[in-house]
Design a protein around this ligand. Structure first.
Ligand code: GLU
Length: 291
C-alpha cells in the first residue's frame, strides 16, 4: 500500500512545541517509509481561528525544512462536502437532530470517559434539521478496537464510553470528528501520526469510517508534551520556543522528546537533519516514553 501521511494543525495560534513534536513524528515517519506527506489546515471551527496563524504555521514549517506534497487544504472551504456526508448519514437514520441543552444532558447523563454520556433523549424525536440545533450520530454497543503503533491495543464501546456524539454543532460548524474522517478519506491518508490527546477520539473516527464505507487507517499516537504542572502545552507556552532563527535546535528538541537517537556528527542545515532523520527514525523507540 502506498504510504500517505499528514499533519493537520488547527490555526489557532503559532506552532508550539507540542504541535512541532506531532509534525516531526508524522513527517519523519512518512520520509522513513518513502511516503507522501500532506499538510491540512483544520480551521473547521472558525470561531477559534486566529487570523494569520495558518500562514504563520506554514512559514514556520518551511523554515524548519518540512516539505509537503500537494496543495494545503483548508477545512473552512470544504463545507459543501461535509454537508453531503451529513445528509447521507441523516437519510440513513444514523444521525438525528438534538436540541437538548447542556444542563438537560447533565441532569440525566452518566459519566463516560470524556464527560457526560448523552442519554439519548432526542433519539426518537425525529426533528427536522434546522439552524441552531446540533446533529448527533447514533452509537452502538459494538466494541471498537484498534492496534496503535505506539500505544498498543485500545478498545471502546461507544454507546457506553462516549454516547451519541455531535457531528454537526449547534453553532453551525461541522464537528471535528466528522471533518477529520471525511478529509482523511478524501485525501487517501493511510497512516495517522498525531498527539495522544486524540487517542480517545479514534474509535469514534473508526466508527464513522465504517458507516461511510471508508478504508481503515493505521494509527500512531505520540506522547503529549506537558508543562511542569502536567498539563498539555498551550500555544502560549514560553518554556519551549519554536524558533525559525534556530531551526535545528527546535527540530532536535522535538526529535529527542520522541526518544530518537542522537546524531553522531554535527548537523549544520535543516536539509542535513531531515536526510539523516529519514534514515534513523525508529517509531518503536517512542513507546519507551510510555513506561
Ligand atoms: N487539528 C488537530 C490539532 O491541531 C489535529 C487533528 C488530527 O491530527 O487528527 O490538535
Amino acid at each position: 500500500m502506498t504510504y500517505r501521511g499528514r499533519f493537520a494543525p488547527s490555526p489557532t495560534g503559532s506552532l508550539h512545541f507540542g504541535s512541532l513534536v506531532a509534525a516531526v513524528a508524522s513527517y519523519a515517519d512518512a520520509l522513513h517509509n518513502q511516503g507522501t506527506w500532506l499538510v491540512r489546515m483544520e480551521d473547521v471551527d472558525e470561531s477559534r481561528v486566529v487570523e494569520g496563524s495558518a500562514d504563520e504555521i506554514l512559514r514556520m514549517l518551511e523554515a524548519l525544512g518540512f516539505e509537503w506534497n500537494e496543495t494545503v487544504i483548508y477545512q473552512s472551504q470544504r463545507k459543501r462536502r461535509y454537508a453531503e456526508v451529513l445528509d447521507q448519514l441523516s437519510r440513513q437514520r444514523l444521525a438525528y437532530v438534538c436540541s437538548c441543552s447542556r444542563r438537560e444532558i447533565a441532569a440525566l447523563a452518566k459519566t463516560g470517559i470524556e464527560g457526560p454520556v448523552y442519554p439519548g433523549t432526542c433519539r426518537k424525536a425525529n426533528d427536522a434539521f434546522s439552524s441552531g440545533k446540533a446533529v448527533r450520530l447514533r452509537t452502538t454497543e459494538e466494541e471498537i478496537c484498534f492496534e496503535d503503533l505506539v500505544q498498543g491495543k485500545h478498545c471502546q464501546v461507544l454507546s457506553r464510553d462516549i454516547g451519541d456524539f455531535v457531528i454537526h454543532r449547534a453553532d453551525g460548524y461541522t464537528a471535528y470528528q466528522l471533518a477529520v474522517v471525511v478529509d482523511d478519506a478524501d485525501q487517501r491518508i493511510s497512516r495517522i501520526v498525531r498527539g495522544a490527546d486524540l487517542l480517545l477520539s479514534t474509535p469514534r473516527q473508526i466508527y464513522l469510517q465504517n458507516l461511510l464505507g471508508f478504508p481503515r487507517l493505521a494509527y500512531a499516537h505520540v506522547p503529549l508534551v506537558k508543562d511542569d504542572q502536567g498539563r498539555k502545552l498551550s500555544k502560549q507556552d514560553l518554556a519551549h520556543p519554536v524558533s525559525a532563527d534556530r531551526p535545528l535546535e527546535s527540530l532536535l528538541a522535538a526529535w529527542h522528546f520522541l526518544r530518537q537517537i542522537s546524531p553522531s556528527q554535527q548537523l549544520d542545515r535543516v536539509e542535513d537533519f531531515w536526510l539523516w532523520a529519514a534514515d534513523k527514525w525508529d517509531i518503536t523507540r517512542i513507546s519507551a516514553l510510555n513506561q
